[in-house]
Design a protein around this ligand. Sequence first.
Ligand code: PLP
Length: 458
Amino acid sequence: NTFNTSFDDADLQQKAKDHLWMHFARQSVMEDGGGVPIITRGEGHHIWDSTGKRYFDGLSGLFVVNAGHGRRRLAEVAARQAEELAFFPLWSYAHPNAIELADRLAGYAPGDLDRVFFSTGGGEAVETAFKLAKHYWKLQGRPAKHKVISRAVAYHGTPQGALAITGIPAMKEMFEPLVPGGFRVPNTNFYRAPEHADDLEAFGLWAANRIEEMILFEGPETVAAVFLEPVQNSGGCFPPPPGYFQRVREICDQYEVLLVSDEVICAFGRIGEMFACDAYGYVPDMITCAKGMTSGYSPIGATIVSDRVYEPFKHGQASFPHGYTFGGHPVSAAVALANLDIFEEEGLNERVRENSPLFRASLERLLDLPIVGDVRGDGYFFGIELVKDKATKLTFDADESERLLRGFLSKALFEAGLYCRADDRGDPVIQLAPPLTVGPAEFDEIEGILRGVLTEAW
Ligand code: PLP
């Protein structure tokens, strides 16, 4: 092949140290540490760094590369589109790929979610949904409906609206005051259920009813929307208990609150369906999505909206004063269409549905290790919670967590050849979300690496 395989690692490390600002990361890794891993190439479920070492991509980049790395077909589609029409905005104009992709997404989306507003990523899709919810209620003559309810430890992005509804205090404190109106309710962490710890369904109803409680406390006339991920990522994968979303839908209907399904991670096969709300049998008023839509070959995001929410914008002079220069970019939209073709041709969703129980079973074998407290998730999306004492579910304190995750696990897993995430935004967890192309042999490989490293961890 024609790929560049020889990189001057020392030169790149020096330039990174001098000029690169990483996201959500300690720059001290470059200033005082041994440097930053520099990833140069990907193929299938593998990636290579600038020294030539190969790793298993256990996180699909960042829950993104769902169809796997190195797909020439997607690269060729991108190149052809860039040559034909590299750019045109959706500001009062359109281009064929955005139209075709909107049609395609509306076809996959459940119920009457028929209208698609494009952005360039997940945070913008969430920001769009937040602004649209406020605008919608204003057009209904109910301007006081502006507050948004979301869940503890949930991550919804970095724009200041999306950040306002993010439930991770450490990411928000330095930017306060944020957009007013973000209110937090409990998530569906059954492992640490404060009520009904022995009855999943009862716990789910309890968690859903906290949303009703919050709506009533704030006043239904002030609440615009509830933003929920189908499976919450931050905190380490909290799937919805049976009946949870059905009860949430009831509550939202009763108090006239819009239900937004934030599927930035969960859409496009991660849970074995194009949209994860289908996996759990609910129809939201809006879906936000991004990441897997192009499998990362080009950036795009979308907010998919119900006919009801779209209705006031349909005729006359109403317009939604919001947009992004690169929203629905022609190259990204072309790549998304081709990526979704691959999903259908290769049956990636079916593959996830079929193999997910095997993935779960391989990770559950790790429960024989004293440090592994819980394995949870769905589809190709799992979290492993690490505990200091399994019998009491005692978690690590902040210093211990720092030593365990940053001091040891992140490096040791990577050195052992597995790229994944050791995260402490809630209790310490290892997050796994491999490309949807992997199967039983790769599950065993992941388990083997985790077992080796976790045995040495504490
Ligand atoms: N919403 C959820 C559920 C996410 O997981 C993320 C990113 O991980 C976002 C929103 C923000 O997406 P982006 O990083 O593309 O802005």
